[in-house]
Design a protein around this ligand. Structure first.
Ligand SMILES: [Ca+2]
Length: 464
């Protein structure tokens, strides 16, 4: 009797233990939902209006268009600083330059900053990490990425590989496929690809080709005449103060855009570099399908800063004009409901929003020191209170690039040149109090009102 009772008791304890174990397994699975893969595509110096989904009728990018037509296009995406190194640091950390402190090309992110960056936090959460291309913030980290094909500096477009000339963009495409081949459905991955395209090959030598595209694309756009922007007319340049007339922007214009034929060659080269990126996007999309990742892989496509194509007689970036600070942003999430996809958002998105967006997509907490906001509610179609203005800064160290601060609202833009305070308050004030979209100039009365209002916003945003 006693033995039977003991046996029953043992069976009951065994049953309860098994039930508890099953419940725990269930909870553990519930705590690990099917996390999405993330591919973060970053182009270099690609302004927003160089894609058909932003109104460009010349450049051909069918695969990026596919992402746009089935994803969400942000009509108003800006960088908070327009220069490679600082902007990339902002993208990785979700912070303004004043907070992350990367003001030049030499300084890298600290170990602590890397650990709190979006790749660092994804790694901690168990993601398989890949990085391909231009790291851009000092030296690429050695131990952060499981697949690391990052390089320091600007890199070169045309490379000799196994006795054959290859284009860097195409090689990066091969590396992307290699990373995908090495991924499995069991471990979520995040692959960040930072293209060198469509960055110019910097040189002051007039004989050099500033935009060395893949020779396979040489016939593309050859029959087209690229329209020149209205503000490229000399009267816009002539109105500038001397410190802008003699700035680095003008020196680089003199190399790339100095005459009509040179202008056509340069912009066509720039467009061919962008088409080269599109070919890689197409290869990635096909491989995602082949590997069975397509339904669970989010693709983010954006740029690190804009690019003057002759506006105001300028080339390069850095200053706070729209050409320089506005970039494309397409987010393709195949998990969103069909109704949600293929839409556009007008809210201002910023480079500092990229890290918190990626972190929320992966189900992770956003660190307190992040200054950007997750775009996930906007992707889901929610109507929420959103920013209506933002602060811009460019205090990069360069003798011929004037430092700037700016505030960009939905209607106005105020640019301050800290080294030229007198001009900021008078001539430059009138010049740059333009309606942000139309580029038209204001009368004096409205100008003074907008100046006062914007200056207050700038002070408030700078200290926030
Ligand atoms: Ca750049």
């Amino acid at each position: 009797m006693c033995t039977t009772r003991r046996l029953r008791l043992l069976l009951l304890v065994g049953f309860l233990t098994l039930k508890c174990a099953l419940l725990l397994v269930g909870r553990s699975e519930a705590a690990q939902p099917n996390r999405p893969n993330i591919i973060f595509l970053l182009t270099d110096d690609q302004r927003w209006d160089t894609l058909p989904c932003y109104g460009n009728s010349i450049v051909q990018t069918p695969s990026i268009e596919k992402l746009a037509s089935q994803g969400i296009v942000f009509n108003n995406m800006f960088v908070t600083t327009s220069i490679c190194a600082s902007s990339r640091a902002s993208i990785f950390t979700g912070q303004y330059v004043r907070r992350h402190g990367i003001w030049n090309f030499r300084t890298g992110l600290t170990q602590q900053q890397l650990a709190r960056s979006y790749p660092g936090l994804l790694k901690e959460a168990g993601y398989r990490l890949g990085f391909i291309g231009k790291w851009g913030v000092g030296q690429p980290p050695k131990d952060l990425f499981d697949y690391n094909k990052g390089f320091a500096g600007q890199g070169k477009y045309l490379i000799e590989m196994e006795g054959k000339p290859r284009h860097l963009t195409s090689i990066m495409g091969d590396q992307a496929l290699e990373f995908l081949n090495g991924s499995s459905p069991d471990t979520p991955f995040c692959l960040s690809i930072s293209f060198k395209a469509a960055h110019v090959q910097d040189s002051y030598d007039l004989r050099n080709d500033p935009f060395p595209f893949d020779p396979a694309l040489k016939d593309l756009y050859s029959e087209v005449t690229i329209p020149v922007p209205k503000t490229a007319g000399s009267r816009y340049y002539e109105r500038l103060p001397a410190f802008l007339k003699n700035s680095e922007n003008r020196m680089r214009w003199a190399v790339r855009f100095w005459g009509p034929a040179r202008y056509q060659d340069s912009v066509k080269g720039y467009y061919r570099l962008i088409t080269g990126v599109d070919i890689v996007v197409g290869r990635i999309l096909r491989r995602l399908e082949e590997k069975g990742f397509a339904q669970n892989t989010i693709i983010i496509f954006t740029g690190d800063n804009g690019f003057y194509l002759g506006e105001y007689g300028f080339a390069g970036k850095w200053l706070p004009h729209e050409a320089s600070i506005r970039v494309p942003l397409i987010i393709y999430d195949p998990r969103l409901p069909e109704l949600q996809r293929g839409s556009r958002r007008d809210e201002m998105a910023l480079s500092i929003d990229m890290a918190p967006t990626v972190l929320e997509m992966a189900g992770l907490d956003i660190p307190k020191r992040v200054q950007g906001r997750s775009l996930v509610p906007l992707l889901q179609g929610q109507k929420i209170r959103w920013r209506t203005e933002f602060f811009y800064e460019h205090l990069f160290e360069h003798p011929r690039i004037p430092p700037t601060e700016a505030v960009r609202t939905e209607r106005w833009k105020y640019i301050r040149y800290p080294y030229f305070p007198y001009l900021s308050r008078s001539f430059v004030r009138r010049l740059h109090h333009s309606a942000a979209r139309s580029g038209s100039y204001l009368g004096l009365g409205l100008g003074i009102w907008a100046f006062t209002d914007c200056r207050q916003s700038l002070r408030r945003l700078r200290s926030s």
